[in-house]
Design a protein around this ligand. Sequence first.
Ligand code: SF4
Length: 160
Amino acid sequence: MGLDFLRNRPHLIEQVYALAEKTAWSLNPLAKKIGYARVERLIKVPEDIAKEVFFDCQRCGQCVLHSTGMTCPMTCPKNLRNGPCGGVRANGHCEVKPEMRCVWNVAYERSLQMPVYGHELIDIQPPVNRRLEDTSAWVNMLTGVDKEVPPGWIPISEVK
Ligand code: SF4
């Protein structure tokens, strides 16, 4: 079974993700007891390998894959996390890398096949926190550090 076969079945990947997320939250009390730093040492390498193989993960440490059609937004040359720029070519390819389809075109198509998380594509993501680079996104989800936003940041939906 080729990797593209799996990548193009986002409904299957989201089911695996949903199970992993549920498991992570149920194990959170134990992780807290063990210590998040120790847990990170245990899971960081397998997390990196799995995400790099399947999603070309760039290790931002603030994973939004399930909200972006199981397509890593950090593979966009501009690292855009809230939709495409204005430079998408008429054929749907990237203006920076013409040989590559726009990450957001792919994310949109895949999100339509995701009954659980697909609707999150329109959620506004906070600016990426570069201080989380190369840390475990799973641990950051459990500690909540991935939800912290820079002081003064207001989602566009709340701007009057
Ligand atoms: S969103 Fe971040 S953690 Fe998730 S796959 Fe992309 S670079 Fe990796």
